[in-house]
Design a protein around this ligand. Structure first.
Ligand code: ADP
Ligand code: 5GP
Length: 202
């Protein structure tokens, strides 16, 4: 039975473990992680075309005008966007696609592509979130403060998502996300066309 891939959106506050979880998911599954475009400067070790497509503001805005993005948003003063054609191509080919994007972006994706599955990752507590961001060592005191402030209003938006997964351990979180994906693939809406073709139309 062959059908379109699933579009899976993973969001949650900065430092909650989205990147870590996505990496583990990709190690264990044949998913495709969409590479976003951004105008933010690369962090140490990040490469153009691997973590992000790093674009300047003019180029990003040109691509907005050409409608090249499935969604885009301004996050912490920088643009971030999901390249549309790459994602739609993979879905058509039956690949499951993961988008690791912010909440505004996730809700935009749902508007544009109703079958998208929105999964919200939360930390076990705000204290644990603070420790994770500090231990990651990528933020200044000011950007840590901004991220923690945003975290509380972001967590409110979890209610607009389809699923919530607590990232207590990476192993638990990945197991839960895999279970969600398996259940989604068994839903009647996903398989009824295949059932008709295979068993009922001949
Ligand atoms: P995000 O992509 O959501 O901003 P990261 O994946 O960069 O978050 O994770 C933030 C920090 O927390 C990293 O240093 C990462 O190693 C650590 N981390 C992620 N998941 C866990 C977990 N389940 N337990 C402990 N530390 C974690
Ligand atoms: P970071 O700068 O830490 O890599 O990412 C900052 C935030 O931007 C994260 O919440 C991340 O999920 C989000 N983000 C990354 N790519 C995209 C994208 O293509 N679209 C949107 N809307 N958000 C994104």
């Amino acid at each position: 039975m062959g059908s379109k891939g699933l579009l899976i959106v993973i969001s949650g506050p900065s430092g909650t473990g989205k990147g870590t979880i996505c990496k583990a998911l990709l190690n264990r599954n044949d998913f495709w992680l969409s590479i976003s475009a951004t105008t933010r400067t690369p962090r140490k070790g990040e490469q153009h075309g691997r973590e992000y497509y790093f674009l300047d503001k003019d180029e990003f805005e040109r691509r907005i005008s050409s409608k090249d993005f499935l969604e885009y948003a301004k996050v912490y003063e920088n643009y971030y966007g999901t390249p549309k054609s790459e994602v739609l191509e993979k879905l058509e080919k039956g690949k499951d696609v993961i988008l690791e994007i912010d909440i505004q972006g996730g809700l935009e994706v749902k508007k544009a592509y109703d079958e998208a599955i929105l999964i919200f990752i939360i930390p076990p507590s705000i204290d644990e979130l603070t420790n994770r961001i500090i231990n990651r060592g990528t933020e200044t005191e000011e950007s840590l403060r901004i991220r923690l402030n945003s975290a509380k209003s972001e967590i409110k938006c979890s209610k607009k998502y389809n699923y919530v997964v607590v990232n207590d351990t990476v192993e638990n979180a990945v197991n839960k996300i895999e279970s969600i994906i398996i259940s989604e693939k068994c839903k009647i809406d996903k398989v009824k066309e295949d059932i008709d073709n295979e068993f009922l139309n001949n």
